[in-house]
Design a protein around this ligand. Structure first.
Ligand code: DAV
Length: 374
């Protein structure tokens, strides 16, 4: 069922009042088979090593229950919520260039869809198992396109994802954490510069400025592609030494409101890259520690999903219910905390920010960084 009110697409940043959002679905989610980029993200001691296939039924049911409740919480606050249509993720991905025997899921729309103003851009993605994930969002995007004459539905060039896209040294059976930290600190990531690659969840929107993480899922050509695609924006590449598995910026760097950003204290933004924030009087503070020392079972993401929060407006933030330290910190910063239980859905692809994608936030494109670096 869709409501009578026509859809309008517009969102320029991560904090203006949220009016319409997509919340992901756990149905049919798979642990994908091994492939170079996925292997690089799975820790040595992970319970996901050596298994793939559809995720256990009871975990999918629980995940969907939590995602449905999250959607209801947002609706009760007057936010319109849409959901994707899962495809059959047990199907292989076969292109002229590669084959992988099954897919991933559509719980984290943030990874795939980048909303910038009246545009929603489908990311290239950089995992083979996620090549067709955009199809889950096409029913919604087609409807938005019918409704909103200003809406620009865009898709980045689909990548080839041949073996040339991935560094061979990341295929080793065993790579020490020390080695990983050394590699990631010098930006030796699993993806090469064969062709532009980016996941939408590596991008943060700050009005006229886009801040993009260079890491496993986004390469420099992907960032350059975004720069050319958004000529009216300033696009800044950032990286976060200290993260042995750098995928997606949203458990590392979390803007809360104009002038204030949480940074993962284990993955600090390098001094040189802080200048643009400092010169414009933005404060970057350490995020509170996670409440857990382990991610839940069969989860790709780290315990730092604690800071993967969803800002509803500059005074209101959704925080995962068990993340008590993160909630305390938000409270101390003078913002209202909306508790949302989602931990048992983390395994499907992330937390509160990952599992959503903006359709409409109030407000216009503003310049938050009038003083640019030299
Ligand atoms: O810390 O594992 C998770 C980000 C998911 N979108 C991490 C990053």
């Amino acid at each position: 069922m869709h409501s009578i009110e026509p859809v309008r697409v517009s969102s320029w940043n991560e904090w203006d009042p949220l009016r319409h959002v997509i919340v992901g679905v756990a149905t049919g989610s798979h642990v994908p088979p091994p492939e170079p980029a996925v292997n690089a993200k799975v820790p040595e001691d992970s319970d996901m090593l050596g298994i793939h296939g559809i995720r256990p039924k009871e975990t999918i049911e629980k995940g969907n229950e939590l995602l449905d409740n999250f959607a209801d919480t947002l609706r009760h606050r007057g936010i319109r919520v849409d959901r994707p249509t899962p495809i059959d993720f047990s199907q292989p991905v076969q292109t002229p260039d590669f084959h992988t025997s099954s897919q991933f899921g559509c719980m984290p729309p943030r990874d795939v869809l980048l909303t910038v103003g009246s545009e929603i851009l489908e990311a290239t993605m950089s995992y083979r198992c996620r090549w067709f994930e955009y199809l889950c969002y096409r029913p919604l995007l087609q409807r938005f396109w019918e409704d909103d004459p200003e809406f620009r539905h865009e898709a980045a060039p689909k990548p080839r994802l041949t073996d040339r896209d991935y560094r061979k040294d990341y295929l080793a059976d065993s790579i020490s954490e020390e080695q990983r930290l050394e590699w990631t600190a010098r930006k030796h990531f699993v993806t090469t510069e064969e062709e532009p690659l980016f996941d939408a969840a590596d991008v943060l929107r700050f009005g006229r400025d886009l801040v993009v993480q260079h890491g496993f899922t986004t390469n420099l050509k992907g960032i350059e592609w975004l720069r050319r695609h958004f000529p009216d924006h300033r696009v800044h590449a950032v990286n976060f030494p200290g993260d042995p598995y750098p995928i997606h910026i949203d458990a590392t760097f979390t803007p809360l409101r104009p002038g204030l950003i949480l940074n993962n204290p284990k993955r600090r933004l390098p001094d040189e890259q802080r200048k643009i924030f400092e010169r414009n009087n933005w404060e970057i503070i350490d995020a509170a520690p996670p409440a857990h020392n382990q991610p839940p079972p069969l989860c790709y993401s780290s315990v730092w999903l604690s800071m993967n929060i969803l800002v509803l407006d500059p005074k209101t933030v959704c925080v995962e219910k068990s993340e008590v330290y993160q909630a305390e910190q938000i409270d101390r910063l003078g913002m209202e905390v909306v508790e949302v239980e989602l931990r048992d859905a983390y395994a499907f692809g992330g937390g509160l920010h990952c599992s959503t994608a903006d359709v409409l936030r109030e407000g216009d494109c503003e310049d938050y960084f009038p003083v640019q670096p030299d």
